[in-house]
Design a protein around this ligand. Structure first.
Ligand SMILES: [Zn+2]
Length: 341
């Protein structure tokens, strides 16, 4: 891990941090300061300065820091809860990941993800109850419905009304809200689920400890939660971490983990780590290069070669990341946590 803050970054920070508004007429976001969710203190070093390269939802410049205690990378300050509707625009990809919009990539990803999901469902009974927390438009729920056991009870949890509606249109059962509220108001029954998924969710939530504790309370004793999230112990992070790393997804990824601090998160919520491995993904590679090209004012046709619709770059970086996976540093982490009996 690079612990030295080198000079160009320091200059970038002093030049941009604290003066977030560009003269384009858009209001800056309301921001809020936070502490490390694991150590519960604010003892961190600046790591990156970036912008919303992908959606340009605000003119702000954001600062990612790294906790000196546990190595967690987090956005600080970060958008206030009141800004969620703004930082997740209506065309946000997780709200509508459809065949119409993503074509070939959609088909390949469906096959690959179905295989991965089912590998997490081994040993589940016929009447298993499964919840996908942060299910977006229900992409993974549809896969479980189409490829899994037809008698499984499938439910999703998702705060975005837009995404929930897209899922409901597909005949899925999705609870709108955040999981802590749905546990509190008993919309989700405690100790009733055999398996929970949190796929690309934990990095988006304001309080990973509270969310995981809520998910734990939903699980039957011995039940499991599968967490998939970006991995900061990777080559793509090392190469691009001062600004362009795709995993920052400025300003929507608030907490970014490595294997060590993901284990600490499990410990904090009294969950047993059954396994923790990395898996292949081209997305952070593709977006790191895209963000770099955007910053360099590269021609649009070139930038367009690096997106979730570009099969060539996704294919090339899948192969590339397979090499890293082989060395134990795939772009994503996947961990199965078990609620003790
Ligand atoms: Zn920490």
């Amino acid at each position: 891990m690079n612990t030295q803050l080198h000079k160009p970054l320091q200059e970038q920070i002093s030049a941009s941090y604290g003066a977030p508004c560009r003269a384009d007429g858009t209001e800056p976001l309301a921001l809020t300061r936070v502490t490390c969710c694991i150590c519960e203190v604010e003892d961190a070093q600046p790591l990156a300065v970036g912008e919303d390269f992908e959606y340009r939802t605000s003119p702000d410049t954001f600062l990612a820091v790294q906790c000196r205690g546990c190595g967690l990378v987090y956005l600080n300050p970060r958008p206030a809860p009141s800004e969620l509707d703004r930082i997740y625009p209506p065309d946000y990809h997780a709200f509508e990941f459809s065949a119409e919009r993503y074509g070939f990539v959609y088909k390949v990803r469906r096959k690959l993800e179905a295989k991965r999901l089912l590998s997490c469902c081994k040993g589940l009974g016929k009447t298993a109850r499964i919840v996908d927390v942060g299910c977006g438009d229900g992409f993974h729920l549809r896969l479980l419905r189409d490829y899994g056991n037809p008698s499984w009870q499938l439910e999703g949890v998702e705060p975005s009304r837009l995404a929930v509606n897209a899922g409901l249109d597909q005949g899925l059962k999705i609870h709108q809200g955040i999981v802590q509220d749905l546990v509190r108001n008993l919309e989700l029954p405690a100790a009733s689920y055999d398996l929970a998924f949190m796929i690309a969710t934990i990095e988006h939530v304001d309080d990973p400890v509270a969310v995981l504790a809520a998910v734990r309370s939903l699980l039957r004793p011995g039940g499991r939660v599968v967490i998939v999230t970006d991995n900061t112990q990777t080559l793509d992070f090392r190469l691009f971490h001062t600004r362009h790393w795709g995993g920052y997804h400025f300003p929507r990824h608030w907490n970014l983990f490595n294997p060590k601090n993901l284990r600490l998160l499990a410990q904090k919520t009294d969950m047993q780590v059954e396994n923790l491995t990395t898996i292949v993904s081209p997305v952070n590679w593709v977006y790191s290069i895209r963000n770099l090209l955007v910053d360099w004012n590269a021609p649009q046709w070139l930038i367009n070669q690096f997106s979730l619709q570009s099969t060539l770059s996704l294919g090339v970086f899948t192969l590339f990341d397979m090499l890293h996976q082989w060395m134990g540093h795939g772009a994503l982490m996947r961990s199965t946590l078990r609620r003790p009996d």
